[in-house]
Structures are given as C-alpha cells and as structure tokens.
Design a protein around this ligand. Sequence first.
Ligand code: ATP
Length: 648
Amino acid sequence: DPSRNKYHPIDHACWKKDAKVPYMALAVTLAKIEEISSRLKIVEILSNYFRSVIVLSPNDLLPSVYLCLNQLAPAFEGLELGIAEGILMKAIAQTTGRSLNQIKADAKELGDLGLVAEQSKCSQRMMFTPAAHTVPVVYGKFKEIAKMTGHAAVAKKVDKIQSMFVACKGPEARYLIRGLAGKLRIGLAEQSVLQALAQACTQTPPGQEYPPKKINTADGITAEKFKQMVEKNALVLKTTYCECPNYDRIVPVILEHGIPALPDHCQLTPGLPLKPMLAQPTKGVQEVLNRFDGIRFTCEWKYDGERAQIHYTEDKKVSIFSRNQEDNTSKYPDIISRLEACMKDTCKSFILDSECVAWDLETQKIKPFQILSTRKRKDANEADIKVQVCVFMFDLLYLNGEPLVKEPLSKRRSLLREHFKEVPGQWIFAHSLDTNKMEEVQEFLEESVKGNCEGLMVKTLDEEATYEIAKRSRNWLKLKKDYMDGVGDSIDVVVIGGYLGKGKRTGLYGGFLLACYDPENEEYQSLCKIGTGFSDEDFQKHTEFFKDHVIESPRSYYRYDKSHNPDHWFDSVQVWEIKCADLSLSPVHRAAIGIVDPERGISLRFPRFLRIRDDKAVEQATSAQQIAEMYKNQDQIKNQEADTKVNE
Ligand code: ATP
C-alpha cells in the first residue's frame, strides 16, 4: 500500500528484486491517488511507488512514468491511445459474456467505462487463472495497439484488448480500460508526476548497491533540509523537461547518473522539440506601458497562423514542430525545400521560432488563418500544395552548438538578423517597432490589424528578456485587436454538449454547451451556452462532426448544472476559440467555482464562435484559473474591489 506512512520501498512492495513490476502495484497506486485530493499526499503515494521501482526494477521506471501519464511516447512521435468507446464496449461484452446493451446501460449509469469494466469483471467466474499483468508488458501492448492501422485494425484491436482484459484483476480492469480510452482521469497532472519522481530520487537515489543504504527519510537530515533537497531536484527535473520534453531520454539519465546530472545530458538539441514560450493577455496599450515602465521593449506584429519551431541539425536534418511538440515536418515540404534560402553560410545548426502564415502569391499579402487551416495535415506533396505559406521569423533559440534561451531577446534578435536573411514572400523577420510612446504603439497596432494580423506581441528586450521555455510569461504580452471588447483575449473552450435546433435549423445543432478545463481537478466545468457567430456552413460542419462523438450520458468529469442539460452530450474532443463581451458570476455555470466565489462559477456573456482550434488538445483549453484571472481583471471588478478596500 503506497499510501501508508513510513513506506519502505523493499519491505512494503508486493514484488521481489529484479521481477517485472506487477501491473497491480501500479493499479493500486492509481486507485489510492484517485481516492484523495490532497496534492502533497498524491505526490507522496506516487513517489513511494517510484521508490520501489527504482530499487527493485529500475528498468520499469520508464513504462511506469508513461502509464501514469497515459502517454506512450514523446508527443512528436504521434503515438496516441484513445480507442473508441464502441471498440472497448465490444471487448468488455465479449470477454464477460454480457450483452452490449447491458454494458451500454451500465456506462450510462456510471459515466465511466473503466468502472463498468471493473464491475463486469467481478461478476465473472474464471476457469483458470491467467498470468498476472506486468507494467512493461501492458505498456508494450498499449504501444502495439496504438500502432495498429489498416482495414483489419479494429478486429485486431478488439482481440488484443480482450486478451488483456481477461487477465485483469480488481482495479487493473478500471485503469486498463481508461488507459486504452486515453482518459485516466485520476487527478494526476504532469507536474505532480515530475514532483513525485524528484521526491523519489531524493529519498531513494537510483544506482546504489542493493539493498540501498539511503531509504526512508534520509538519516540524520531534518525534514526542512529534506524538503529543500526535493525542491532543488524538482526544479532541475522540471526545467530539463521543458527543454527536452522526452522521458525516453530523461529517465535513463536519472537512473544512471541521478537528477543533478540531467543538465549535462539532456540539453536543448536541434531535432528535439521544446515547449514554447507563451504570452499573457492585456487589455490595452496603457496596461502594456504600465507593466513595462522603464524597461526597453519591442512591439512585433502578431501573425495569425501556426507556430513553427524549425530545427536544423549539423547533418542538415530539418524538423518542424507545432506549438504542442507534434511533428509537422511532413506537412510543410515547401518550407523544407526552401529553408536554405534563408540561411547564411554561417548557419550550421539552429532552432528557429516562427509563425507560418497563409500567403497570397498574387497580392503578396497575408491570408487569414481560416485559409491556412484548409491545408492538408500530413504527407503533402510539394506539387499538390494549394495553400502557399510565408514564414515570419521572430526568435532564435539555438545556434551552432549554443543554446540561446538564457540570452536576452535583443541578442537573440540580432543573431537572428545576422545569420538569416529574408526572402520575399517566403521568409520574413517579424515586423517590429521599438518604442515606448503610447501613440506609436497604438498606431502600430492599427497597422498590424490592417496587415491581417491579430494585433501585437510586446516583448522585453534586455532586462527579464530570456526565452522562458514552457511559460506563459509576463515578459511577452499580447495586445489583440479585440481588446476594446474589455476582456482582452479570446477564450479556448471545449464543446461538451449540443442543443437541437428549431425552425430552419431543424436537424442540426443550434446551440452548444461549452466548458473550460480545470487541471487541478481534471474536470471540464461548464462556462456558457453558445449559439452565435456561426455561419450556416458552420452549423452543418459541427453537426456532422459531433454526431460521431455523442455519448449516452455526461462524463463523470463534467461539472454542470442540470438546468442546462443539453439534448446530446459530447465526448471532450474539440477545442473552439470564442470571444465574449464580459465574464460574470453565475449561479448555474461551474467554471472556476471555488476560486472567485465558493459556490458560484463564472460564465461568459454574449459568447461568439470564432474558429476551431485543431492545434490545441482539450487539456490545453483555457484553464479555470485563467478564467478566474480574466474575470478579476475586468475594470468593473477591479474598481469594485478597490471600493471595497476603501470602505474596509
Ligand atoms: P493561448 O490561446 O493559449 O494564449 P496561443 O497559441 O493563442 O495560446 P498566445 O499566447 O495567444 O498563443 O500567443 C502566442 C502565439 O502567437 C504564438 O504561439 C505564435 O503562434 C503566435 N505569434 C504570432 N506572431 C508572433 C510573434 N511575433 N511572436 C511570438 N508569437 C507570435
């Protein structure tokens, strides 16, 4: 039981030295984690599990980390689970001898197929006992299933899932099925996994002789000192993970050399994507000037396309990664074939940060994002490309063997301009203006909008101007053309339900229920209903899309009020970008509940649909915390708070 106090990684583990870790050990750990909400305790439980793995079966640490995160490989490998519910239900029905209708009815009642699987198993009597699952074998089979393609893939998947499911005991069935569905939902965020790994390695450092000396709270070290050691390791691990989001590289180094050695082994490397720096929203030029008072900054046009992190290695290999470290290389053969045109002779290896935008060859102008989104996703032949693109270069993160992320933007920008050149219509440096005059910023903003951009990115140049990997930093501010709307930014939401249309929209969805994502509780919280901003084609398109994602009952991780029940519930599969007039406290919606008000959530007023955001996963929708901040940042709320303070 990894949740017990004074856990001993050898005495309390349920397997022996050098054995493969039983999947049951992981399932019990996940079940304990699911039961509690205290972050500290969650980290401790997972850390205890990792400690046993480190001491007894270090080779299973990597699959353990992946299974806890419900991932199979780094994002750029594009290997994902997410087996359709129908396939899983079929496998459960066939294995347990229950009818598909019974399984469906249970799923509707419990709202979670994992629980259905677990309970269905309990009612089954076995003729013989199959061999117990182990962590590396389950991980290996998950990978095999994810790789299955082709016309017979569904049948093969069902077979494989059935054979795995038969051997499950107790909670194993729950996590096996949820894992296959790609939805573990136990309230375990990636940051907690990293923290647990750091804690485990501090308390039980890898690579010691067996049995290790340092187990249990390091002898002779005060609790305070121990906490500091954990924090130091956690910082190194988390920083490394941002620069090199790849457990295949990180975990072996931890096992062989320990966490402190990570910076020497896992650095920024061309060919391996890093998590990008993001910007904070602002509500107008004045806010920008207040924030950057006395600091030198630059304004750049904020191009409306797709982020492209372009990597070039010494052996001339080119890769292009998306905002989410997905491999987009095969999507842009045109960029690759013309890359050398923008490189000067001095370029040997680099990582370039840029925005790839749809481009009109005739008028030599930027086309809107909607055009770019019609470009095929993968394997486009250069000759077949219909949507031309131009790349706007705005940052240089690595050059000729040296990471530049710790250098200020002024230096990175001059290196960019020194080692690269513009090619009209293909490679252009982001249009910029270094000024601190209000009128000039305002004018530059208006120009950017006329130039088909979303507004400006305002960035510090010298002080506090490093490239903050994976951060939504205050040193990059976005100033969007819509800031006059009072909210400052658009919002990315997840569609969780649909309302049937009436009149000329009969047969289509005429409205949708939207939610934000709360990573703390791993749930989707209802935010508003939406019915405007759509063209007739949009209604058709959304109806067509969502009819394949209707689920019988809401997920256990949807938070909503029954008075807003949609006609159909949808699986959480798509992110929409919307805007609104303002945010207000709501007795029915649940977004950010408990953050601003203990009982009321926040909802959006006058929401309008802008576009689908295919480049965002549902967990990357605007978070509950961000919604709360946007709410508090509204002028009228700020004024109210100021008034209350004065009155107090
Ligand atoms: P979110 O919606 O979560 O805020 P986002 O993808 O819209 O994320 P923002 O933080 O709003 O990102 O803005 C940063 C994005 O703007 C970058 O990811 C990049 O794709 C785009 N961009 C366009 N021009 C620039 C520029 N000059 N500098 C930096 N980013 C730019």
